[in-house]
Design a protein around this ligand. Sequence first.
Ligand code: COI
Length: 354
Amino acid sequence: MEIKFEQAKTLKEKPDQKKLGFGSYYTDYMFIMDYDKGEGWHDARIVPYQPIVLDPSALVFHYAQECFEGLKAYRCPDGSVQLFRPDKNAERMQSTHKRLCIPEIPVEDFVEAVKALVSVEKDWVPSEPETSLYIRPFTIATEPVLGVKASDKYQFIIICSPSGAYYEEGMNPVKIYVEDEFVRATPGGTGYIKCGGNYAASIIASEKAHTMGYSQVLWLDGVERKYVEEVGSMNIMFKISGEIYTAATVGTVLPGITRMSCIELLKEWGYKVNEGKLAIADVMEAGRNGRLEEVFGTGTAAVISPVGGLMYEGETIEINGFKTGELTQKLYDTLTGIQFGTLPDTMGWTVKVD
Ligand code: COI
């Protein structure tokens, strides 16, 4: 793929790395590629970061034919920069495009685009502990037409944001509200893909949870509202009597790349990982009788996030005395060690950016 480059006239001042927050600052450049029916994906380019101008009738504004990904670039102790499993984001975006009738982008082109942009923006990869360059690829339907149909035109864009922890709590345990009124996904729907519509529909529940003092919502299955699925911005795992339980990614749950990596590590460490149906009633019961040892979320933005409390139908359970569990900490240390290059990458998960 040929990628053109347009030099920015001025470069931005970089923010204080100690006060980054999540997704609040953007780098000097962005990647764009267009799609036109009959021509395919074309005109890959890196241009100065700028607003995008679209016709008000562009399909994305009306019928939400759009999707996104999230990955990070990490600063290693030797100053080099690396990505974590970018091919997995590319594959997941293909599956998302397929579900939304958007023409797929070859995995190699997605990875090449991310690498090319991060290479240009290397100076923006922060080095303070727990900071990284969050990379947000997204695709939007741009055809100006009001009929409900697959667009004939798209833009694939990548922006980058130097970021710190996703949750204000950082690596401290979060409190989660188990949502039993609204649902996130049902079989046959879009729960397994990364489209903005999933997140738009979830906001009402997070607002409700926030007003009650909870950081996030734990979604139950959309049919019986009985089995645990995922949290608003991460997958979730439960350690009960020494075994790990997490929802299977069979149509209603996002196949998280951090989730997949944790499962691979856990299996390597000899844990039994049960991917399947876990009833919230069983989680609460395990919490009451002391068998619920640890609960943690996994996600690119959230990394490994310990869960200290769960609230369901008016009952609250505290997990591990509201302290980060031993396994949660080990997973965090191992995963971030590989990502930041402080531990050897025995799994072959990292990709250097030149
Ligand atoms: C990510 O973890 O990269 C995500 O896309 C979650 C997002 C809601 C912040």
